[in-house]
Design a protein around this ligand. Structure first.
Ligand code: SF4
Length: 325
């Protein structure tokens, strides 16, 4: 097989760097587990909710009715019509959340609709009117780096006036761990490359918009099992942290040369259909176990049965491989 073109995003590249076999399962064979991760769905709803709030609310001040509205919506009630833009945005978010695995209306569940709405309202109260209003959200873009290799990605937000990438991160670690991960950070450097191409001028500033999703909730074994102790209610301001970092032209050049080197290796792997396994170190990272671990552990003849029973095929727009006929 000869690869004609490879279009890759950061997530795909990072997976290959973590474990080439994982890259093969997920992005070449396009396999994924049968159920969506609750944490990923919650994080994605926070992103979409913020986009809606920035678009709808401008510089409005939160109303007293908002808390009651959250209780009302979080208990599974049908939204009523209102003129308050924040409440309207929350209506929309609640309706979107109800279609997902976090659609639970149980008030004690950490990733419930109620907590999604409470978190977004706390964000609004903390920052609005916000001096940093992104003018673009979730901008998918592709940059051709060579004849064969392109880099693509979705930039969370772009603040044209600075200009800066506005990168929202939902994370359990909103402390020194969070700050230490801002630079170097290949993902954010890649967003600078995409945003620069989108705006037609260099973007070298990244504002990390950290949102904590830890410290509250009744996940099994959680230390904080009493809602009145949850940071979400007791100290909502501590749920948010913004930090600005910058990239030099040399950082961008270094990023580019490493990206091209690894993309050429990925092409070699695909053409030879040979993908090494980086286990065991890569099999459990960021407190989660690789979803392909059963495929790696079982005997070769069992792999098709496992794929049929535990996996589904789901295309991923972050990586396309075009091969010569
Ligand atoms: S289980 Fe480990 S070795 Fe297998 S694909 Fe996942 S990370 Fe790689």
């Amino acid at each position: 097989m000869k690869v004609k073109k490879l279009v890759i995003d950061y997530s795909t590249l990072s997976t290959w760097r973590t474990c080439p076999s994982k890259f093969n399962y997920r992005y070449v064979q396009q396999l994924t587990g049968k159920s969506d991760s609750e944490a990923l769905v919650f994080g994605s709803l926070v992103h979409r909710g913020l986009e809606r709030i920035y678009r709808d609310c401008g510089s409005v001040v939160p109303t007293d009715g908002t808390t009651h509205e959250i209780d009302y919506l979080g208990s599974g009630n049908i939204p009523s019509s209102t003129n308050d833009p924040l409440t309207n945005a929350l209506h929309w978010i609640a309706a979107e959340a109800a279609k997902t695995c976090i659609g639970t209306t149980l008030p004690d569940n950490r990733r419930s609709i109620k907590h999604l709405l409470t978190l977004l309202t706390a964000y609004f109260k903390n920052y609005f009117p916000d001096p940093l209003v992104p003018s673009r959200f979730e901008s998918f873009h592709k940059v051709a780096l060579t004849d064969r290799i392109s880099f693509c990605g979705t930039v969370d937000g772009i603040v044209d006036t600075i200009p800066a990438v506005f990168e929202t991160k939902t994370t359990s670690f909103l402390n020194s761990n969070f700050l230490e991960r801002l630079n170097p950070n290949d993902q954010a450097t890649g967003y600078c490359v995409l945003a620069s191409d989108l705006l037609g001028k260099p973007v070298r500033t990244i504002v990390f918009n950290g949102i904590s999703t830890s410290g509250y909730g009744m996940t099994p074994g959680a230390l904080t099992s009493k809602p009145d102790k949850w940071m979400l209610y007791r100290e909502p301001a501590r749920l948010f942290l913004r930090a600005e970092t910058h990239r030099s032209d040399a950082d961008i050049e270094d990023w580019l040369s490493r990206l091209l080197r690894d993309c050429n290796r990925i092409i070699e792997d695909i053409e030879s259909d040979t993908f090494s396994k980086n286990g065991p170190d890569s099999c459990t990272i960021f407190n989660s176990t690789c979803s392909f671990i059963d495929l790696c552990r079982t005997r070769k003849e069992n792999v098709p049965i496992l794929i049929q029973n535990t996996m589904k095929v789901e295309p991923w727009k972050g990586c396309t491989v075009e091969v010569e006929a």
